[in-house]
Design a protein around this ligand. Structure first.
Ligand code: PMP
Length: 423
């Protein structure tokens, strides 16, 4: 057909101009032209339910965010070396959502930059170098953060002074890795010390997104944090995935563990699609870093970013999106668990708010990954966008924009039911 030819031409042009590192989702890639709320529209006018994108967290092209963006862009956009009120208004509002011991906000353009800066601060303030992560984590695309992202670069890409410990998997082996998590972190510290490596930080994604989406008991996370602090390191909560209300209990995933991080890193949902990130930090950790090194990020925290950031926070509050994540999340979770009784392939359903991991099984790992990807493809053909994650690629990753409704949840569950019925 003419449209299939047009899509093929677009793919060829993309490969020719952008090169081999750009990967498109789906065997039959989607050519999106418009988004609104939880909906995405392709070039043929077909409508997809977005159950995957947490960047447009308050909804695609939210009018209030677009208005804030365009209004400020038409007035002034420069950098943080000039005095500006709007960045202070934003910092005040953002810090107001975080525990009071985290007194400073530093702005970046991406989650990678936020983690990169957090690691620099951790190494500077602790005098150590070693960072402990989980063994299929993703923390970014800069050299320092890619080296802490085995999901992207493989275990061999993690330098010898860092340690990757088993993620707190609450499902496999009856949840043994989750129960042993603090012990495994303690062992990693002992192992570092045996090689004269000083620990700088424990860096954890509060939702263990790439590891397969887990919400372990807070006690093991707190205990792991204690081990790292006793060894002179600090605790960094990577809220790039879990932050801004997604988990439905409050704004931040670390709070669900009763954890008091020393640094919190933010990204993705912070700007509803605009490139923004932030590092929130205990003031004493940056006092010497600030005078010795300083930090300047040309675009980070510019007036347009600040205007967008304020609008996002106002929408989360004004539209009750945390409460919606909690309520619709619970409803969606129940629908997904109901599917478990009809489809033996569903091994585990775990969720917090509007963040779901649906683990699929098969006779062997390779088959489970292939089936998982077929389910994702089948749902795309049926008009619902999700993805997969985990070291075995067998966990459906469902993470819709926060204004997701009960109707949307029913469409998601019915579509998943049809996709699974094909097996
Ligand atoms: N941390 C986590 C947990 C992430 O998922 C990501 C992005 N996938 C990042 C950091 C990096 O963010 P960015 O792509 O904005 O650099």
């Amino acid at each position: 057909s003419a449209s299939a030819d047009a899509e093929r031409a677009l793919l060829e042009r993309r490969a020719r101009l952008l090169g081999p590192t750009y990967r498109a989702f789906y065997r039959n890639p989607i050519h999106l032209v418009r988004g609104s709320g939880v909906w995405l529209y392709d070039a043929q006018g077909r409508k997809f339910l977005d159950a995957y994108n947490n960047v447009a967290s308050v909804g695609h092209c939210h009018p209030r965010v677009v208005e804030a963006l365009s209004g400020q862009a038409a007035t002034l956009n420069t950098h943080t070396r000039y005095l500006s009120e709007i960045i202070l208004d934003y910092a005040e509002k953002l810090l107001g959502t975080l525990p009071s011991h985290l007194g400073h906000a530093m702005f970046t353009c991406t989650g990678s930059e936020a983690n990169d800066l957090a690691i620099r601060i951790a190494q500077h303030s602790s005098g150590g170098t070693g960072v402990i992560i989980t063994d299929f984590a993703y923390h970014g695309a800069t050299i320092a953060t890619a080296q802490l992202s085995p999901a992207a670069v493989g275990a061999k890409g993690v330098p010898a002074h860092h340690r990757a410990v088993a993620a707190p998997d609450t499902f496999r082996d009856g949840g043994r890795a989750a129960r042993d998590f603090a012990r495994n972190v303690a062992a990693a510290i002992d192992d570092m010390r045996a090689q004269n490596i000083r620990p700088a930080a424990l860096l954890l994604d509060s939702a263990f997104s790439s590891d397969g989406i887990f919400f372990p008991d807070g006690s093991v996370i707190r205990e792991a944090a204690d081990h790292v602090r006793k060894a002179g390191g600090i605790v960094i909560a990577d809220e790039v995935q879990s932050g801004f209300g997604r988990l439905g209990q409050g704004m931040w995933g670390f709070a669900n563990y009763g954890l008091e991080p020393d640094i919190v890193t933010l990204g993705k949902p912070i700007g509803d699609g605009h490139p923004m990130g932030a590092v929130i930090v205990r003031p004493q950790l940056v006092s010497s870093f600030g005078s010795n090194t300083g930090y300047f990020n040309t675009f980070g925290g510019n007036p347009v970013a600040a205007a967008i950031g304020i609008a996002v926070l106002e929408v989360i509050e004004g539209e009750g999106l945390i409460e919606n994540a909690r309520n619709v999340g619970a409803y969606t979770g129940a629908l997904l668990r109901a599917l478990q009784s009809r489809h033996g392939m569903i091994a585990d359903v775990r969720h917090n708010g509007l963040y779901f991991g649906v683990e699929l099984t098969a006779e062997d790992g390779a088959t489970a990954a292939a089936k998982t990807s077929s389910v994702v493809e089948a749902m795309r053909e049926d008009g619902v966008l999700i993805s997969s994650c985990g070291p075995r690629g067998n966990v459906l990753k469902i993470r819709p924009p926060l204004p997701f409704s009960r109707d949307n949840a029913e469409q998601l569950a019915e579509t998943l039911d049809r996709a699974l019925s094909k097996w």
